[in-house]
Write a protein that binds this ligand. Structure first.
Ligand code: DCP
Ligand code: MG
Ligand code: MN
Length: 370
């Protein structure tokens, strides 16, 4: 996901954030990666400010805010609007493109191609576009897959997974990473990190996950597969290290907090006594992590993505390399930057130790929004 959404209603810069977010959404539609990043960073900075930023001078003193963004912040703070945004008015074409960009699994290139082929609605796509099975699911479950998952509901999904995981192998540990670990009020998906003491490779956890997926599917918890273990077995993330799909809380689960009737803000209605509505399909990811790489994987899968990028950049400036498996000391390279020997692993299992070796102050997960 690209949205780190928390409720900004009480934030003194709420209006500024809202308008900058509209600009960011516009640049997402025009696929302007550089500006998307600049706006996201500025929004994160503003979210952290305890007081309202009203002048360009004050704004430019803040991290990640350049002179042009600072001027926009002043314009919004003083006029409550941004003239630049008027020129991004959503035409019907823009709206169709924005709609297609929201189809799960469709990138900007795909969305533009659908536009070029003359499609303008989800109904058009279903009736006449050539859709892969995953794209079809993204269109059919459009609203579900674009809905944020309230924090309490992520907790309920986790409790369910944790119980079934213990039934398959009591030695396995599970934890929710991603925006949930950063303390978000709502998440785009449920990122379940799976590990077991003594493991050195993700492959050792594959049989466990295969069995867990089978059990969860049989119980009606998992309802769709988007990326199965075997599909990425040879991927660069290691052998079969992840599984992506969709889940629902089975309605017949006794005592379980379902997203159809027990949760008043679940969004799907349902009400006591009334007929049950279809549960909302939620995105869930399982990530297999050996104990030897747990710290590096926790950093990676906690994010956010911008925080990860800045840590990696810092590592490379210090002659190190950080990825989701560990922190390495970069070795000397020969001609054409060819490696003479393998990079030396400095730390993989301990999250705090990786921060120490990088020489950065420890940041709690909820302090890692950028
Ligand atoms: N990640 C990353 N770079 C990417 C994608 C992901 O570093 N391009 C890392 C950081 C993310 C984590 O993986 O925090 C999980 O990815 P998600 O896409 O699930 O993102 P979040 O959980 O942060 O947000 P959301 O609430 O939208 O799921
Ligand atoms: Mg997530
Ligand atoms: Mn995810």
């Amino acid at each position: 996901g690209t949205k780190d959404q928390t409720t900004d209603t009480n934030n003194p810069n709420a209006k500024t954030i809202e308008i900058l977010q509209s600009m960011c959404d516009y640049y997402t539609r025009t696929n302007d990666t550089w500006r998307i990043m600049a706006y996201r960073k500025a929004i994160t900075t503003l979210r952290r400010q305890p007081t309202k930023i009203t002048t360009a001078a004050a704004a430019s003193l803040l991290p990640n805010i350049g002179p042009r963004l600072a001027a926009k912040i002043q314009e919004i703070a003083t006029t409550n609007r941004l003239r630049r945004l008027d020129y991004t008015h959503d035409s019907p074409l823009d709206q169709a493109l924005a709609l297609f960009l929201g189809v799960y699994g469709a990138g900007a290139a795909r969305a533009h191609r659908w536009m070029a082929q003359g499609h303008r609605s989800l109904a058009d796509l279903l009736s006449s576009a050539d859709l892969t099975p995953h794209q079809r699911l993204g269109v059919e479950r459009y609203a579900d897959l674009n809905a944020r998952i309230p924090r309490a509901e992520v907790g309920a999904f986790f409790a369910y997974v944790q119980r079934e995981a213990a039934g398959v192998d009591p030695g396995v540990e599970v934890l929710v990473g991603g925006s949930y670990r950063r303390g978000a009020d709502s998440s785009g998906d449920v990122d379940v990190i799976v590990t077991r003491k003594g493991t050195v490779s993700a492959a050792e956890l594959v049989p466990f996950l295969e069995e867990l997926v089978e059990v969860l599917t049989r119980k009606g918890f998992l309802v769709a597969t988007l990326a199965a273990l075997h599909a990425n077995r040879a991927g660069k993330d290691g052998p079969g290290s992840k599984w992506h799909g969709c889940c629902v809380l089975p309605p017949d689960e006794e005592g379980a907090d379902t997203n159809t009737d027990a949760n008043p803000d679940g969004g799907s209605g349902g009400g006591s006594g009334g007929p049950r509505k279809e549960p909302i399909w939620r995105r869930i990811d399982f990530l297999l992590v050996p104990e030897a790489e747990y710290g590096a994987a926790l950093i990676y899968f906690t994010g956010n993505d911008i925080f990860n990028r800045s840590l990696r950049l810092l590592a490379s400036k210090k002659g190190m390399r950080l990825n989701q498996r560990g922190l390495y000391k970069e070795v000397l390279r020969g001609k054409n930057r060819a490696k003479i020997t393998e990079d030396q692993l400095l730390e993989g299992r301990d999250e705090k130790r990786i921060f120490e070796l990088l020489g950065v102050k420890w940041r709690e997960p909820w302090e890692r929004w950028c």
